[in-house]
Write a protein that binds this ligand. Structure first.
Ligand SMILES: Nc1ncnc2c1ncn2[C@@H]1O[C@H](COP(=O)(O)OP(=O)(O)O)[C@@H](O)[C@H]1O
Ligand SMILES: [Mg+2]
Length: 459
């Protein structure tokens, strides 16, 4: 039974009363409701302790008050008041928008690279601000970041930290790092906890950043290796955190090889570099936040690259188009299937080249490109696991047609260059798409081996 209901009235310590307007969330120890100060347009989030005999919200309130008193963090939600309701402590907080967890859900489980970059930079700055106030959070995860202001888009707004129930000061009064305790017990959420947390070790700044890295990998991939069961199937939410030791083993493997954090085995360099930095940090070491920011800078920006191809790649695509069109016109090497097929492909290319149309990336359908250009979510992870979606089949088919219309060796060289660029610039976020196109193409080259040798006049 919830402790509050819509239109209930709650009175704070300053004798101001608030109307309950909406339920925002609920955790193990607290309920969170949106309230409004009647006669005004002022809305707050009210976090209410569930049990009378607990003081978790009061403890959290004290930590947040301390942060505010020592100058505050612009990326920590502000505390606005407190009170008692039905013998339970509550605090009033600045009302923010959706959580990062909600944003990921709305994006069918994933966010695109530019959005992950923006989210990564904003959440890193929130964590750094907190650490600069000598506090570690110890429960960094998507549900504990809320967007400011309400209704801002994931890739545009600033992300604020909430939930300081496990937060702790990591320095003494003189500002020296506290020594590592040997009697710590597990703190955090199994999915995002660092390996040190799994080992019941005392936590420090590096552990907030490990959780942050897992959070970013999940936003990008829609998945974390330990969210699957041992047979590779998706775990049911209630089973997820059960086998903590197995989860720890998966995380240890990912430290050895960060690419394991990606289902395609190709994690962007930005995240592998972050993993390497964190793996080198000792308990009391200060993380190099600037270096982490630089790592994130390796991810693409939403503008202007994704609105059109970067210069070189664009030129390359143009060359490919021209060669393919010339080959198709000369009937040099017809595309597989019917002649009508290649005519249609050429028609599509002409349509793409028409004024006002976006240049097309190799290996991507127009619709896929649009998905990448917008900061809207990518396809659902379920699409990756099962049969190829029609869009993807169309993209693969299109590239195959384009390539097979060219002399194979020229095409091989162009393909190798294009794939290298796609990978370097991490433009092709569709997992396995480049590989699939390459596999098809390799089979085509194998089947026409003589053509490869003769067309180039070289061995
Ligand atoms: N200031 C806030 N603005 C908007 N939503 C909030 C705010 N604080 C909490 N919430 C919502 O309530 C949920 C639970 O809050 P949180 O402080 O994380 O509680 P718990 O300690 O129970 O996890 C959050 O995930 C979020 O959806
Ligand atoms: Mg929480």
């Amino acid at each position: 039974m919830p402790l509050l209901h819509l239109n209930d009235t709650v009175r704070d310590d300053s004798n101001r009363s608030y109307k309950v307007t909406r339920r925002l969330g609920e955790g193990q120890f607290a309920e969170v409701w949106e309230v409004r100060l009647p006669g005004t347009d002022l809305h707050y989030a009210l976090k209410l302790e569930k049990r009378k005999d607990r003081n978790t919200v009061r403890a959290e309130y004290k930590v947040m008050k301390k942060i505010a008193q020592s100058g505050g963090c612009s990326q920590v939600v502000a505390v606005e008041g407190s009170g008692m309701h039905q013998e339970r402590f509550f605090m009033l907080l600045q009302l923010a928008g959706e959580t990062l967890y909600d944003a990921r859900k709305a994006g069918h489980g994933r966010l695109d690279l530019p959005t992950v970059k923006a989210v990564g930079l904003s959440t890193l700055s929130a964590i750094q601000q907190l650490h600069e106030q000598h506090i570690i959070h110890r429960d960094i995860k998507p549900a504990n970041f809320v967007i400011d202001p309400p209704n801002a888009a994931a890739g545009k707004g600033s992300w604020l930290l909430i939930d300081f129930g496990l937060a702790r000061r990591y320095t003494d009064e003189a500002g020296s790092h506290l020594p590592q305790r040997s009697d710590a017990s597990f703190r955090g959420s199994t999915t995002y906890a660092s390996v040190h947390a799994h080992k019941d070790e005392d936590l420090s700044r590096r552990d907030d950043l490990w959780s942050w890295l897992y959070m970013l990998a999940e936003l990008l991939e829609g998945w974390l290796p330990w969210r699957l069961d041992k047979e590779g199937g998706e775990q049911q939410p209630q089973d997820r955190d059960k086998d903590k030791h197995w989860v720890q083993q998966q995380k240890e493997l990912c430290i050895q090889d960060p690419h394991r954090l990606s289902r395609s085995g190709q994690l962007p360099e930005a995240l592998t570099a972050i993993s390497k930095h964190l793996a080198g940090l000792s308990f009391a070491a200060a993380p190099d936040y600037d270096h982490l920011r630089q790592c994130l800078q390796l991810l693409p920006d939403p503008q202007p690259q994704l609105l059109g191809l970067p210069g070189q790649l664009q030129q390359q695509q143009q060359q490919l188009d021209e060669q393919a069109a010339a080959a198709a016109t000369a009937g040099k090497r017809p595309a597989p299937g019917s002649a009508a097929d290649s005519q249609q492909a050429a028609k599509r290319r002409r349509a793409d080249a028409a004024p006002g149309s976006q240049p097309r990336k190799p290996g991507m359908s127009g619709q896929q490109q649009q998905q990448q250009h917008s900061s809207t979510p990518q396809q659902s992870p379920a699409d990756d696991a099962g049969q190829a979606a029609p869009d993807r089949q169309h993209a693969v088919q299109q590239v195959d047609q384009l390539l097979t219309a060219m002399a194979p060796l020229d095409c091989l060289v162009a393909m190798a260059k294009a794939v290298r660029r796609l990978k370097q610039q991490t433009l092709c976020t569709e997992p396995g798409l480049v590989e699939e196109v390459c596999r098809n193409f390799a089979a085509f080259v194998r089947d026409s081996g003589d053509g490869v040798r003769s067309s180039a006049g070289r061995p």
